[in-house]
Design a protein around this ligand. Structure first.
Ligand code: MLT
Length: 411
């Protein structure tokens, strides 16, 4: 008799965003005339940059000629893309990251989950609370946790609360943890990390033999020049960190799919016999076995992000969403709501008015003003009483949504 991975039975309800989509679809079916505005999932709405589109059109033509046709590409990504990433995203900021340390993939969501394949089952794992749910759910699926409590916290995980009191930056734990997930600019709170703060984490990780998983998917939204874009800007980070990056939120590739993971070649963790093993080799082995690379066409599109035209167009796209974030922040603040984030990030983290629970506020917004956001409690117990509003939408939709919310929910 076939059996299942019982760990899946420990997972709470559906994955957050499909669960929201399910509720919204049910409402839309019952109210076909409602003009629903979706500021829930952080999915881009604006067209791809012209430079990326042209590069992909050319790549399609390449595929139509025997002399330029491509079959399987390298599982790690084409060298021409990896070297551009290394130069533009890392070396230009003083990070000694080599092209060989870049693994091109089809998404940071996949990579932050898949990375667990190369780690043991007995690591102590720390996540912030609230947190991007993928980090937690993939650990549950891998059997790294016990059951969830009534609060929704999984036994065995170390939760580091991030709240207004600590500026949404977790305190460095006093206990030893082996794997730590950090995300800056932060999803969901929009908080940022200074170099000094990240240095404290790097020092902690080096002292404890821990590995930091650093999710920098939103680095393009950093407007404050003093803030680091990569954790490798911090001395010593190459000895303890794997960084995840994405083309989804800078170049609008959520549907096109391209991302990258940096695994430094010197980075090691322990085998059962106590030997130091290079994580690069394991990840390379994992990717070569389970992944056949991102399509040539998409990689050409990603490469175009680094052309002068691509850089200018991506900057414009990011500025567009940041302007949406400014409108959201300012209008909600003017209506008396308490808001955080949205300055160096595309997410605005809102304290729910009148002490409503996160899901109650979600339902009120959906039913009364037909606006969708994301309940803070969906990101963890400490997100209760908060609500995330995404700046990824058209200007018109953001303006109409803010008008509807502020008229109804003035505090
Ligand atoms: C979000 O809304 O948190 C993002 O869309 C998640 C993602 O990029 O997978």
């Amino acid at each position: 008799m076939a059996t299942i991975n019982d760990n899946y039975l420990k997972l709470k309800a559906g994955y957050l965003f499909p669960e929201i989509a399910r509720r919204v679809n049910a409402f839309a079916q019952a109210n076909p005339d409602a003009k629903i505005i979706r500021l829930g999932i952080g999915d881009v709405t604006e067209p791809l940059p012209e430079a990326c589109r042209q590069a992909m059109i050319q790549a399609v033509e390449d595929m139509g000629n025997r002399s330029t046709f491509k079959g399987y590409g390298p599982e790690q990504g084409y060298d021409w893309l990896r070297s551009k990433i290394a130069t533009h995203d890392f070396q230009s900021r003083g990070c000694e990251i080599d092209a060989a340390e870049i693994f091109v993939s089809d998404g940071s969501k996949c990579d932050t989950g898949n990375i667990l394949d190369i780690f043991g089952d007995n690591n102590t794992i720390a996540v912030t609370d609230p947190v991007y749910p993928v980090y937690v759910d993939t650990n549950v699926m891998a059997g790294h946790t016990g059951d969830a409590s009534d609060k929704g916290e999984y036994e065995g995980l170390v939760y580091l609360p991030i709240t207004a009191e600590n500026n949404f930056t977790a305190q460095i734990p006093s206990q030893k943890v082996d794997l730590i997930y950090l995300c800056f600019p932060n999803n969901p709170t929009g908080a940022t990390a200074t170099k000094e703060y990240l240095k404290a984490w790097v020092d902690y990780a080096k002292a404890n033999g821990s590995i930091i998983f650093f999710d920098a998917a939103y680095e393009a939204y950093i407007t404050d020049p003093s803030l680091p874009h990569s954790i490798y800007e911090i001395e010593g980070a190459k000895d303890c960190t794997i960084e995840f990056r994405s083309f989804s939120k800078n170049a609008g590739f959520t549907g096109t799919r391209c991302a990258l993971t940096v695994v430094p070649q010197n980075l090691t963790a322990k085998a059962a016999d106590g030997a130091d093993v290079e994580l690069w080799k394991l990840w390379n082995r994992r990717q070569s076995t389970k992944f056949n690379g991102v399509s040539y066409i998409v990689q050409r599109g990603a490469e175009a992000v680094y052309s002068p035209a691509g850089q200018a167009q991506v900057k414009e796209l990011v500025s567009f969403y940041l302007e949406n974030a400014r409108i959201i922040r300012e209008q909600l603040t003017a209506a008396g709501l308490q808001v955080y984030g949205g300055v160096n990030a595309p997410y605005v983290w809102v304290k729910t008015p009148h002490a409503l629970s996160s899901w109650d506020f979600f339902d009120k917004l959906l039913h009364q003003v037909n606006v969708v956001g994301t309940p803070g409690s969906g990101f963890g117990a400490s997100g209760e009483g908060y609500f995330r509003i995404s700046a990824f939408n058209s200007r018109e939709n953001v303006e109409v949504a803010m008008q509807r919310i502020t008229e109804k929910f003035k505090v």
